[in-house]
Design a protein around this ligand. Structure first.
Ligand code: GLU
Length: 407
């Protein structure tokens, strides 16, 4: 039975703690979040840890941390399937009693007994918000196993029971779960649960269109976090993996994403993960921040550069703009040194004026290089600010000396 959308929306974020929280699961979480917020709904967070071998506390913590970093909040949970044995037991007993499941005496394999679902062998048809109508003949699933025993339910059953108990109205998840859906629908019918609305998200692909994996670069949220991406820029980029509002807009605040998000605008085909695009989205978000925030981020991004901790090694050749005019360069550096000494509080204006007159590259390149010894670094004014007067003067003096000695 399809639920009416006038009902309160309840979605779920149900990652399995079997690995670090990866971009696929993060996008799933985000889409659920956006959809719930847009419809004034609720979000249930549960950890699907029925696989005792592969589920780890470390991964659980990583998931919780990553959701927090992304700013994806939830209204209920975290629930752990490993703590809900009593609930599952009640349902299994009910299924055994009403004949939708039975204890099967196995002739093959290690388990002598398992609990199997009594498959009605019918065609299940469901309507996916993204992929349209999907029909599946469930006969081929046979009487599939739903629990090892009454205390040990398997994954499909726990998902269905949890969704039912939480009153889930919409299941938004990766396309890799599409083949699980007919099985789960049969189980819903067996326990008398409503059928949620389904939306299966397209796969995230690497640039070569193969399935995204660690061999293509970073796949976990923690890695992107360590690389210094802004959490909201990361969300913005994730949102574009398979969705767009049908306009030219690509940079969104969280409020705009919520406002414009629409399951009907999600594409069917795979979404290519493009780190260059992510970099661009991140830059655009940095530009939107107040100047002080931008500086803080910039400082953080260069805090491990050698020139932030000690005096830079200078390559005399490189001090001069385009490697020429040593004499001129000495003159410019001397001038900047004087300006800094005298006019530290307004150096930017003074140095800018001087470099307009002498040629920007001629003046600003040697200053920046003297300060950092690096060909790529933030602009000289930012570096002057970060290093402070004393260090800056010392470094400029050192560059002057190096040039003089080389002459
Ligand atoms: N636990 C599954 C996962 O992490 C999600 C299951 C579902 O959405 O039904 O991929």
């Amino acid at each position: 039975m399809q639920q009416k959308t006038s009902e309160k929306v309840v979605v779920r974020i149900p990652p399995s703690p079997t690995g670090f929280f990866h971009i696929g699961r993060a996008r799933m979480a985000l889409f659920n979040y956006l959809f719930a917020k847009k419809h004034g709904g609720e979000i249930v967070f549960r950890l699907e840890d029925t696989d005792k071998e592969r589920s780890k506390k470390e991964f659980e913590e990583d998931i919780i941390e990553s959701l927090k970093w992304l700013g994806i909040s939830y209204d209920q949970g975290p629930f752990r399937q490993s703590e809900r044995g009593e609930i599952y037991k009640k349902y299994i007993q009910k299924m055994l009693d009403n004949g939708t499941a039975y204890v099967s005496h196995e002739t093959e394999g290690e388990n002598k007994e398992v609990i199997r679902f009594k498959n009605p062998n019918k065609t299940v048809t469901f309507s996916d918000e993204i992929r349209g109508e999907i029909s599946f003949d469930t006969t081929e699933l046979k009487d599939f196993v739903v629990a090892r025993n009454i205390d040990d339910p398997l994954y499909h059953l726990t998902v269905v029971i949890d969704d039912h108990e939480s009153g889930i109205t919409h299941v938004i998840r990766g396309e890799d779960h599409i083949s699980n859906t007919p099985r789960q629908i049969l189980l819903q019918e067996a326990i008398g649960a409503n059928r949620p609305v389904y939306a299966h998200l397209p796969m995230i692909l690497a640039p070569d269109r193969s399935k995204m994996s660690a061999r293509h670069g970073a796949v976990s949220v923690r890695e992107y976090r360590a690389m210094g991406y802004l959490p909201h820029a990361f969300n913005n980029y994730l949102a574009l993996l398979g969705w767009n509002p049908g306009t030219e807009q690509e940079i969104f605040t969280m409020e705009e994403l919520i406002e414009q998000f629409d399951l009907k605008k999600i594409q069917k085909g795979g979404a290519i993960f493009d780190q260059k695009k992510l970099d661009w989205v991140n830059k655009e978000h940095i530009k939107l921040l107040p100047e002080a925030e931008q500086k803080k981020l910039l400082l953080k991004s260069i805090e491990n550069e050698p020139y932030m901790t000690g005096e830079p090694e200078l390559d005399v050749e490189k001090i001069c703009w385009r490697y020429i005019n040593q004499g001129e360069t000495i003159r410019h550096l001397e001038k900047v040194k004087e300006l800094l000494k005298e006019e530290w509080t307004i150096y930017k204006r003074e140095i800018m004026a001087y470099s307009e007159q002498e040629g920007r590259g001629n003046v600003l390149w040697p200053v920046r290089y003297a300060l950092t010894g690096a060909e790529a670094s933030p602009d000289p004014f930012i570096m002057l600010e970060f290093l402070g007067k004393e260090k800056s003067l010392k470094r400029i003096e050192k560059a002057i000396m190096a040039l003089k000695n080389a002459k």
